[in-house]
Design a protein around this ligand. Sequence first.
Ligand SMILES: [Zn+2]
Length: 240
Amino acid sequence: MTLDVLAIGAHTDDVELGCGGTLISLKDSGYRTGIADLTDGLLATRGDEETRMREARIAAKIIGAEERFQLHFNEGSILSDPMNIYNLATLIRRTRPLMILAPYWEDRHPDHIDASRLIQTASFWSGVSKYGDKLPPYRPHRILFYHIHWEGPVSLVVDISSTFDLKLKAVRSYRSQFLPQAGSDKMTYISRPEFLEKLISRARYYGSLIGAEYGEPFFVREMNRVEDLMKWAGEQGVVG
Ligand SMILES: [Zn+2]
């Protein structure tokens, strides 16, 4: 199956947190979106395998992804196995996305850092004709980097005002991670109420920068080329 956009995360909830609203907007515009989780996230403090897989399926349905891939790489050592590059490059060649959404390379969780590096490496080798097996080479046109925990540089903000409620619903479907559990005293960084409040505040903040209710920020490594400066100015609209 081919996709327009492939969003990749280290763990099953990264994509929802970092770029869920954008994925829903793209789906609403008729694009084919997919999600790839590099690990199954079983080192997380809370949630067993069956629970985490079920939550990921529910979230993917809310987001409207055509498919959700699970690559089963080992947490804590995403970069140590050369087969991880090969397996991700193979997935990129199979799905041939125009654009990849990836975590930014500086963040609180080491797996997010390693995932960012691996995705860039696999995207490069995927386009090298003599690399890998018989699948034709393919290189995504763009990698857009999303932020999960830490703030980072931002090149553009996507207006997600119309999809933010659904994004939040997708995030909340990870009940084992983000909602207080009855009878459990294992409170974590992401299960505290402040975490979701921060997610909402941040979306409001980035939305305000583009004159929208909610926004999702991305960083693009390459310089953006503008052909027609006046057309570009007209498309931007008036913001504060
Ligand atoms: Zn994560």
